[in-house]
Write a protein that binds this ligand. Structure first.
Ligand code: XMP
Length: 526
């Protein structure tokens, strides 16, 4: 059992030694998609610790380093003799080759992008079913060094025009390696390859299913929280806090109290949705705080986006603290920390990962609140949180919703945030989302919403001229919010949204569509 009520069942799973590749997390995700637990661990974890966790197999990730770097990350040398099935990817296979007596040299040029491998023996355990007809398969490469001589005991199992060792294996010692990346979508047979390794080579059990994860998480929470302790949970309307609350409620029932601070910057019918789901359907104790006036007066006249964020963050903490004191004593505070956040903070310690960016979490709680933490999602990726949520009976309207920023609509109103402008935006935003849902596009789009600009523009309605607000619509596709592309919505959908907004939302005379990607723009307008 892991920290703060999180599940960590590595027994029989796949441990990924993290040498710092930006794809290391993705390897663990792909393995979990096969219903096998997988976790990242530090590249230099001693073999004794690895063995104690009884993994079915080990995957060595890639790395931004070269195996020549004197201070490049290296595993415990005892790993190679452990008898565990090992799959080395990119830097991982180069390490394997170099440390076991083969040779690695710099490639003539850095190989980056698609390549075609030729697979000689297609009954090979690792590569079975990976190639289409003709024994060749498209894969994705990203490396500067190449293996030039295989260690004793190893034989090549796939080649490309530029390397005879695109994949190699020592079947007797159960050591396997590939120069390409099976975890990325650009390697179409990658999933099959990982399946081959996980099931046919490592013989891992398929026990990581949403039902089991939920069961284990509930047991872990019950074990962490004492029999009389109470837990406080801030519901935000987002997926993470909703699923965390639902798990904790299953574990300790009414000793969980949820607080929902309505700062007046929420979307239309948000409070109704939460009341309906959590109080009426799930029977949870939920304390709704109407703090609209307080937030609006604190925001009055404020136009600077960062200033808005600061004010909202500060007021949120104050309201939350005031309300929680009214509700009695709590030993624990629930937090929706996810596995990627955990990896990020631990990989900083191991210094292996080159981290790209974290987002300031306005609307979150500070670290120094005097509670112990329950973090039931610490072991889970976002898609697993969603699967667990559905397993617990949470409705799709909560579990499959698009991300929404903590500062809410305040950062979607350019300029002054007033009740009137919020109401205008709420109505328009509702129409955008409603039409996108009706078109069946809601789930394939990362975020879709309306933005109220400070501009006014002339229009004509009936016989008269109008002068009203310019409203922008934004819809983006994205994998993780770090980069995004504007969604190519069908023109007739854009037309329906525009017509409805101008007809149904008083004060809006013009609708424009944002066609900027991120970068250079951000997803939100502020
Ligand atoms: P940007 O606008 O930076 O947003 O491209 C990336 C993702 O983060 C969300 N976002 C926020 N979330 N507090 C949050 O909790 C914030 O202050 C905030 N600003 C942006 C945004 O909705 C997108 O999903």
């Amino acid at each position: 059992m892991g920290a703060n009520g999180a599940v960590t069942p590595t027994q029989g799973g796949i441990l990924v030694l993290d040498f710092g590749s930006q794809f290391a997390q993705l390897i663990a995700r792909r393995v979990r998609e096969l219903n096998v637990h997988s976790e990242l661990i530090a590249f230099d974890t001693p073999l004794s610790e690895i063995v104690a966790r009884k993994p079915a197999g080990i995957i060595l990730s890639g790395s931004p380093s070269s195996v020549y770097d004197a201070d490049g990350p290296k595993p415990d040398p005892a790993l190679w003799e452990s008898g565990l099935p090992i799959l080395g990817i990119c830097y991982g296979v180069q390490l394997m080759a170099q440390q076991l007596g083969g040779e690695v040299g710099p490639s003539a040029h850095r190989e980056y992008g698609p390549a075609d491998i030729r697979i000689g023996d297609q009954s090979n355990l690792l590569l079975a079913g990976v190639a289409g007809g003709g024994g060749s398969a498209r894969v994705w490469m990203s490396h500067g060094d190449s293996i030039t001589k295989a260690p004793t005991g190893f034989a090549p199992i796939a080649e490309t025009d530029s390397t005879p060792f695109a994949a190699l294996a020592d079947v007797t010692r159960n050591l396997w390696g590939i120069q390409f990346h099976p975890e990325v979508v650009h390697t179409p047979g990658g999933k099959r390859l990982l399946r081959n390794f996980v099931y046919d080579i490592a013989k891992a059990p398929a026990s990581w299913t949403p039902g089991r994860v939920a069961e284990d998480a509930i047991a872990a929470i019950a074990a962490q929280v004492g029999p009389t302790d109470r837990v406080l949970c801030a519901l935000s309307g987002g997926v993470d806090s909703a699923v965390a609350a639902a798990l904790i409620h299953r574990a300790i029932g009414d000793r969980l109290v949820c607080v929902y601070v309505d700062h007046g910057l929420m979307r239309k019918r948000e409070s109704d949705l939460l009341r309906e789901v959590f109080a009426n359907t799930l029977g949870m104790t939920i304390h709704m705080v109407d703090a609209e006036e307080r937030f609006l007066s604190a925001l009055s006249g404020v136009e600077d986006p960062e200033e808005k964020r600061k004010i909202i963050g500060r007021e949120f903490i104050r309201v939350f603290e005031e309300e929680s004191t009214k509700l009695g004593n709590f030993t624990f505070l629930a937090q929706g920390t996810l596995y990627p956040d955990v990896i990020e903070s631990t990989s900083k310690e191991t210094k292996a990962a080159q981290k790209i960016k974290t987002h300031h979490n306005v609307g979150g709680l500070p670290d120094d609140l005097k509670f112990k933490l329950v973090e039931p999602l610490r072991a889970l990726f976002k898609d697993e949180v969603r699967a667990v949520g559905l397993e617990l009976g949470l409705p799709e309207s909560v579990v499959l919703r698009q991300p929404f920023p903590g500062p809410g609509l305040a950062i979607r109103i350019l300029g002054d945030v007033t009740k009137e402008r919020l109401d205008t935006l709420r109505e328009a935003d509702w129409i955008v989302v409603d039409e996108i849902k009706k078109a069946g596009l809601y789930r394939s789009i990362w975020q879709s919403f309306a933005v109220l600009t400070p501009m006014r523009s002339v229009g004509v309605m009936g016989d008269g001229r109008t002068y009203g607000n310019v409203l922008a619509m934004r819809a983006v596709t994205s994998e993780d919010g770090m980069t995004a592309d504007w969604a190519r919505l069908p023109y007739d959908l854009i037309e329906r949204i525009s017509a409805r907004i101008v007809n149904e939302v008083p004060g809006v005379t013009r609708v424009v569509y944002d066609v900027t990607s991120k970068p250079p723009a951000t997803i939100e307008w502020e």
